[in-house]
Design a protein around this ligand. Structure first.
Ligand SMILES: Cc1cc2nc3c(=O)[nH]c(=O)nc-3n(C[C@H](O)[C@H](O)[C@H](O)COP(=O)(O)OP(=O)(O)OC[C@H]3O[C@@H](n4cnc5c(N)ncnc54)[C@H](O)[C@@H]3O)c2cc1C
Length: 386
């Protein structure tokens, strides 16, 4: 990180500590093994939790790190450097907690936060089979029965779905109210009626567990409603304003830096025609383009993270950071494979996995088409055309 990002010594210390920790605890050989098995390394998750990485943005008053989104981005960039899938596991805790951070009561913060502070994982359950980009098509319902909500429905593609102790769950409370008919709830894993459905066998981020989560007449206290009834859509979008840059954007930056470092190292050693391939301008320029994209993506990501820490929310800029960083991460990974030649295409080298992992950034937390819709809407509004 360059001087002009204005990081405090504490932030630099956390960045360096995370770097040292993750490169030691999650070396390439372990990533390869977990990738093959489609398995989350829970021993490393446990150590992350002990170090406070899963609870870094939670308030200090409830045992969290009390850090902002710049620090969170530094952590997720360092973990993303090693593996975007593992960064997704750790980042999903902050994602799941964020509805409560923004709209929850003190009691809810303590209750939900305790699961994470005590070492558990959390999950954010919004998507359904027919409600991905079109979140308003949610079919999971929550009906008030006396002083309890009764939840029914199936969520799909839920990160940490099978490993979480607690979920933030979005469900329809008024089917006639469109986006104003959805609400957000806290649901503990051990409630009767909560079960885990099928696990996704994914192309990438295979260190993260992605499952269906089923709710069959799950009863939760009325007090588990987060914010007000009907605020669910607003809550989800407010969360994404933070996690798109400070989660997806940051992890994508880490992946780009990893491509640059690996390509420099490989190209200096790999020889063709009696010379290291790094002596060719064609190779140098590809690495230079990676560096340009990396620095630009990082500048946008940390600018937005810094704005969030200063209380300024800009949805369009958040979407721009996520989109630019994740599109650039895919481009860098494709070029990295090119520089590695045939070896880049082989599972024996730690390059093809970077591409498989980077692709997710263009898809989750709203596809990059959806981000572009957010950006254009903001431009139209600003110009008075909407
Ligand atoms: C590995 C993984 C982990 C995930 N983790 C979570 C999680 O933890 N919690 C959670 O709630 N969800 C999670 N998701 C879900 C994810 O956010 C959705 O998959 C994503 O929002 C896209 O929705 P969809 O898959 O239904 O695609 P669709 O909505 O079916 O979109 C298909 C294609 O159509 C395009 N498209 C759709 N509408 C438009 C339009 N109006 N204009 C232009 N193009 C359009 C999309 O951009 C996309 O290219 C995860 C997904 C994956 C793959």
């Amino acid at each position: 990180m360059r001087e002009d990002y204005g990081l405090t010594q504490d932030q630099i210390d956390i960045q360096m500590m995370t770097r040292e920790f993750i490169r030691k605890e999650l070396p390439w050989e372990r990533i390869k093994e977990c990738d093959e098995k489609n398995e989350t390394p829970m021993d490393v998750v446990k150590k992350c939790a002990e170090m406070g990485l899963t609870s870094i943005t939670l308030p200090e008053s409830i045992g969290g790190g009390g850090m902002g989104q710049v620090t969170n981005s530094l952590v997720l960039e360092e973990i993303g450097y090693q593996d975007i899938g593992f960064a997704t596991v750790i980042g999903a805790c902050g994602l799941a907690y964020e509805p409560i951070a923004l709209f929850g009561t003190q009691e809810q913060k303590e209750m939900f936060g305790k699961y994470i502070v005590d070492g558990g994982l959390a999950a954010f359950a919004l998507t359904e089979a027919d409600a991905g980009s079109d979140v308003s098509n949610n079919r999971t319902t929550a009906v008030l029965d006396g002083d309890e909500w009764v939840i029914n429905g199936t969520k799909t593609f839920i990160t940490n779905g099978g490993n979480a102790s607690v979920y933030s769950v979005f469900a329809v409370t008024d089917p006639n109210a469109g986006t104003r008919g959805m609400s957000c709830f806290i649901v503990e894993r051990d409630r009767a009626g909560v079960s885990i459905g099928s696990e996704e066998d994914k192309m990438g981020i295979r260190l993260s567990n992605t499952t269906e989560v089923l709710f069959d007449n799950v009863r939760i206290p009325a007090g588990h409603l987060v914010g007000k009834e009907g605020q669910g859509f607003k809550i989800a979008m407010s969360v994404f304003d933070i996690t798109r840059p400070a989660g997806v954007g940051a992890a994508s930056c880490g992946s780009m830096k990893s491509c640059i470092d690996k390509c420099l190292e490989y190209a200096a050693v790999r020889q063709t025609f009696g010379q290291p391939i790094l002596t060719n301008q064609a190779i140098q320029f590809m690495i230079a383009d990676m560096e340009i994209k990396y620095e630009a993506a990082r500048a946008l990501t940390y600018k937005v993270a810094g704005m969030i820490d200063n209380g300024v929310i800009d949805s369009a800029l958040a979407s721009a950071a996520k989109t630019f960083a994740s599109d650039s991460a895919v481009e860098c990974a494709i070029d990295a494979i090119q520089i590695y030649g045939g070896n880049g295409y082989s599972k024996e080298y730690p390059i093809e996995i970077i591409l498989r992992n980077a692709k997710i950034g263009q898809l989750f937390e709203g596809t990059n088409q959806v981000q572009r819709m957010v950006i254009v809407k903001s431009l139209l509004k600003a110009s008075g055309m909407m």
